[in-house]
Design a protein. Structure first.
Length: 658
């Protein structure tokens, strides 16, 4: 690229001499990949926008800001974007906000009309960003307040921090080379959220100075818990290997480095600039969003930016800033029904989308898997509808995760679907002894479906996970964590209807989750492991008869008790997380006096497994004849036939002498 235009609070600090080509996406190292835990967190659905509320030059000049004197229009545009995309975070740069402490109050600013438009439930924090001349007041008579950056969230902010990022002072205003001016990193903590929204507006005069500022930002943001960082970074050079901003790309995913649907452009431009003396519009990417967990959506909304030539003779600009807003969604949940309630006809959505499910007749509560639902073939659970683009959308990437236990006599039934007038854009079902994941190929009556099937087992809890990757055009079905099959699916059909669980299904259902992206293999493994009901480590380990010392019969540390039998039994108390699941003990014993002796029994070998008890109970195994006077060590683990616990502590005893 030849030259960069970098607008610092409305002032151009370097001359643009060419329109750059769109850079390729960043190729990140494995260390910078999403951490595989994004599915556990709330989705941050955010906007970052430099609304150029500080710049104030005339039309045709480099410092011109479209509609600077129309904060109501900018507030209305932001409110529209928030409502249509169900956003929960707004990050703004070059904002004129009320500052009573500095005597700059009132409502002639950008923030007051915005908060009025957003309504109740939103809170905000601000941070000042001084101009190169050191002033922080909003210039001119149109707006009154302090200039800086703002984070507004749909929730309660519990704390905030403003961290300076030191850069050198502009020698035009700061003749003392040691004098510093700062840009700031503003971060907020929100009640109930794991992620930390942060915003910055970087300032610089040259590449050396910018490298220092970016290094400071990387250090400061690295100390923030699960950051979601947006803002105006004032550079187009992020993809260059030697760029000062490259360390941020290497440390965190950036939202617009990948396509989310077929034809979705990457690295879209966010800044548009021209003057009377250089009327050709330069397009640059200056605005970025980074996050620990990666993204499910990113878009530069250029329709809100003034992308026309900025000349004195031009008509009123069609856009509201020289920057375009960037909208990004981080990875998170679309819907989570745990079915943990013990009564009532509703089930809570544990995601932040509040899609409460309503139980019909024919659905009852069960203690299997601790808490679950049973369907008799005529019941269903139906979600509410939030009516936004964030709703589970079958045209985009998606994942369906659930646990199912079909009855032995169960006929065909749907586990999860989204029906419309002409079919089901999405359906995960139990069909004639098979699991089936299907997506229709057209919004028309009788349309065919692309599908993946796998053999099902009745009477057993099974984890099913279905994913769709729209860019690859591929559907995948996983059964108990293993890939069971794939199918091509390229004719995407919109859903936008309520989610229905258990329609026509007969059996158990639990832990239904929907995600607006295809989970990775790492995420699939972690998700299933986190929901699996597992055997607990056995307790109450004893020998029968007990040792002659009067202890319970298991000496773990120091000394060996003597067992008055050469054919004792080993016993333990086993327990399963799900009180309805059979569980057993698996034992192992070895000769400590003569390690060359064959093991009497070993884990997984003949005679090592006890009988089953349901939920919890005492189990035991009979040992073959031991050698008189020899010392033995033994332990036990619990098993449900598929999953096992870790082993209990090792016990010791001496077999009775003849």
């Amino acid at each position: 690229m030849v030259g960069v235009t970098a607008a610092v609070l409305g002032t151009v600090v370097a001359v643009r001499v060419a329109v750059p080509q769109q850079p390729p996406p960043i190729v990140r190292t494995a260390a910078a990949e999403p951490d595989g835990l994004g599915y556990q967190r709330e989705s941050i659905r955010m906007l970052t926008w430099n609304i150029c509320g500080e710049a104030g030059g005339s039309r045709g000049s480099s410092s011109y800001c479209p509609w600077r004197s129309r904060p109501q229009a900018k507030a209305a545009a932001i409110e529209t974007i928030v409502r249509e995309r169900d956003l929960n975070v707004i990050m703004l740069e070059e904002v004129c906000y009320p500052d009573d402490a500095a005597g700059r109050g009132g409502d002639r600013n950008d923030l007051a009309p915005l908060m009025a438009a957003l309504g109740s439930g939103w809170t905000y924090r601000t941070a000042v960003v001084a101009r190169p001349d050191g002033r922080s007041d909003c210039r001119g008579g149109d707006l009154v307040g302090t200039v800086g950056e703002v984070i507004a969230v749909r929730g309660a902010i519990t704390s905030s921090t403003v961290t300076p990022l030191l850069v050198a002072g502009d020698p035009k205003y700061y003749p003392d080379a040691d004098t510093k001016r700062t840009s700031n990193l503003l971060c907020v903590r929100v009640d109930g959220w794991q992620n930390t929204p942060c915003v910055t507006h970087l300032l610089h005069n040259n590449d050396t100075e910018y490298a220092r500022e970016t290094a400071s930002l990387k250090q400061k943001i690295g100390a923030v818990s699960l950051p979601v960082l947006g803002g105006d970074f004032n550079t187009m050079q992020g993809s260059a290997a030697t760029s000062p901003i490259r360390p941020l790309f290497d440390a965190y995913p950036e939202c617009d480095q990948q396509a989310y649907t077929p034809g979705d452009a990457v690295n879209e431009m966010t800044h548009f600039n021209s003057t009377d003396t250089a009327p050709a519009v330069a397009q640059q990417k200056l605005d970025y969003v980074f996050a620990t967990s990666g993204f499910t959506y990113c878009d530069s909304l250029t329709e809100f930016a003034d992308s026309n030539a900025n000349t004195a003779a031009a008509d009123d600009p069609p856009g509201l800033s020289d920057h375009a807003p960037v909208v990004a969604f981080t990875r998170g949940q679309s819907l989570t029904w745990k079915f943990d309630e013990t009564g009532g006809n509703s089930t809570a959505d544990s995601s932040d989308n509040d899609l409460t499910g309503t139980l019909s007749t024919g659905v009852t509560r069960s203690t299997e898997r601790a808490h679950s639902l049973r369907f008799n073939g005529s019941g269903r659970v139906t979600s509410g509808v939030d009516g936004t683009v964030n709703q589970f959308d079958t045209r985009r990437g998606l994942t369906v995760s659930l646990w199912a236990k079909p009855d032995a006599a169960a006929p065909t039934g749907s586990l999860i679907n989204q029906p419309d007038n002409n079919g089901s854009p999405l359906d995960v079902s139990y069909t004639g002894g098979k699991w089936r994941f299907a997506m229709v190929t057209a919004d028309a009556a009788g349309a065919a479906s692309d599908q993946v099937t796998a053999t099902a087992q009745t009477g057993v809890w099974t984890h099913l996970l279905a994913t769709y990757d729209p860019v690859a055009g591929k559907m995948s079905l996983f059964v108990d964590g293993a890939l069971a099959g794939t199918a091509a699916h390229t004719k995407r059909v919109s859903s936008g209807t309520p989610v229905i669980a258990g329609d026509g299904y007969q059996g158990g259902l639990d832990d239904v989750q929907l995600f607006p992206y295809a989970l990775t293999s790492t995420e699939i493994t972690k998700l299933r492991a986190g929901q699996s009901m597992l055997p607990a480590v056995p307790t109450g380990t004893v020998t029968i008869p007990a040792t002659s010392t009067g202890d319970p019969g298991c000496h773990q540390n120091g000394g060996y008790g003597k067992v008055a039998s050469l054919t004792p039994r080993l016993s333990a108390v086993v327990r399963h997380d799900d009180p309805t699941v059979p569980v057993r003990g698996e034992f192992s014993i070895w000769d400590n006096t003569d390690p060359d002796q064959p093991q009497p029994i070993r884990l997984g070998g003949p005679g090592s497994a006890s009988g089953y008890v349901t939920g919890s109970g005492t189990v035991s195994v009979q040992l073959p004849a031991l050698i008189a006077g020899h010392a033995y060590g033994w332990y036990v683990r619990a098993s449900d036939g598929t999953n096992v616990s870790t082993t209990a502590p090792v016990c010791h005893f001496v077999a009775a002498a003849s």
